[in-house]
Write a protein that binds this ligand. Structure first.
Ligand code: DOR
Ligand code: ZN
Length: 353
């Protein structure tokens, strides 16, 4: 039965998973982890720390750190970090086998070198990653892709499309059985591409790319808290993402890409990329789905499709959100600093119960 926008005042879904999350480390991790751990059953944890996670032993250490931080906040039993490795030019097939054997690592992240935050150690040319990719294809380890080319001559708004044509398609021809997640897709071309593939290819979609287009970055002045990578695109692309996320298509699933940076690192002459959506993550998705009258499609997107892609059992508990106004905090502690959340100081219409 078709739903109308604003028809429901409460929604209960299976506990969701965040299939793309940046938790940082140290005191900053301690300050932010509970926003995600209180809501999501599991999260795919990005490996782009200042010293990236390139070996299984490091992933193990980071896992223990996150678990300890979650436990400190009294949320220990409810949140499972799903670790990832950071792919470099020198990742070996043995590194991949060790990661698989650890039973903690669920994917290997491709950052084209220079594409984004802490990507300096990423892959410079795909040919260097071929031995690792061949092993991943063989043992069924997913490749999680930051899908943007780094050529500064390519317009920043075109870098995802060009990546699909120049990097992703050749990669998929060479490794036809490699499981791939195109992370944080931002364009109608990426939607079309992923939709046309078999179920070994999936894509995450962030809440901020569902809710905002590129005008948000320039509304009345330059707004660094709307700057992320891949950058927000035109309205036509936002609409394609919303249609994909709310369509029920199992290729698409929730990945917040919540990526906190200290306030001063964003409000700067050369500000860092990343939107810190964790304090209102699920509420933001609910807003996007409700605006389409598609709240009935939220559970698949948030709680089923991602788990199914990764071959994990679906979570057993539930979460409930109610239509109730609350204000996003202006700032959140972030180690020695503060971080400004997405929609800081603004009213939300949905609230976690
Ligand atoms: O906006 C972003 N922030 N995009 C990324 O790919 C990385 C992330 C971060 O780590 O800050
Ligand atoms: Zn990310």
């Amino acid at each position: 039965m078709a739903m109308r926008k604003g028809e429901l005042d409460s929604i209960t879904i299976t506990r969701p998973d965040d299939m793309h999350l940046h938790l940082r480390d140290g005191a900053a991790l301690m300050d932010i982890v509970s926003y995600s751990a209180a809501v999501f059953g599991r999260a795919i944890i990005m490996p782009n720390l200042k010293k990236p996670i390139i070996k299984a032993a490091q992933a193990w250490g980071y896992y223990e750190t996150i678990r300890a931080a979650v436990k400190y906040h009294g949320l220990g039993l409810n949140f499972e970090p799903l670790m990832t490795l950071y792919l470099t030019d020198s990742t070996t097939p043995a590194d991949i086998r060790e990661a698989k054997a650890s039973k903690l690592v669920y994917g290997v992240k491709l950052y084209p070198a220079g594409a984004t935050t802490n990507s300096e150690n990423g892959v410079t040319q795909m040919k260097y990653a071929a031995p690792a990719l061949a092993e991943m294809e063989k043992i069924g380890m997913p490749l999680l892709v930051h899908g943007e080319v780094t050529d500064p001559a390519v317009d920043i708004f075109d870098r995802e499309q060009v990546f699909i044509d120049k990097v992703l398609i050749p990669l998929m021809i060479r490794f036809p059985f490699l499981r791939i997640v195109m992370e944080h897709i931002t364009t109608k071309e990426a939607v079309q591409f992923v939709r046309g593939e078999r179920s070994h290819v999936g894509a995450t979609i962030t809440a901020h790319h569902l809710l905002e287009n590129r005008n948000a970055i320039f509304k009345g002045g330059i707004r660094p808290h709307y700057y992320c990578l891949p950058i927000l695109k035109r309205e036509v692309h936002r609409q394609a993402l919303v249609e994909a996320a709310t369509s029920g298509d199992t290729h698409f699933f929730l990945g917040t890409d919540s990526a906190p940076h200290a306030k001063g690192a964003k409000e700067a002459a050369c500000g860092c990329a990343g939107c810190f959506t964790a304090p209102a993550a699920l509420e933001l998705y609910v807003e996007a789905f409700d605006s389409m009258g598609k709240l009935d499609k939220l559970e698949g997107f948030a709680s089923h499709h991602g788990a199914d892609f990764y071959g994990l059992p679906r979570n057993t508990g539930t979460v409930t959100l109610v239509r109730e106004a609350w204000k996003v905090p202006d700032e959140v502690s972030f180690g020695d600093n503060v971080v400004v959340p997405f929609r800081a100081g603004e009213m939300m219409q949905w609230k976690m119960q």
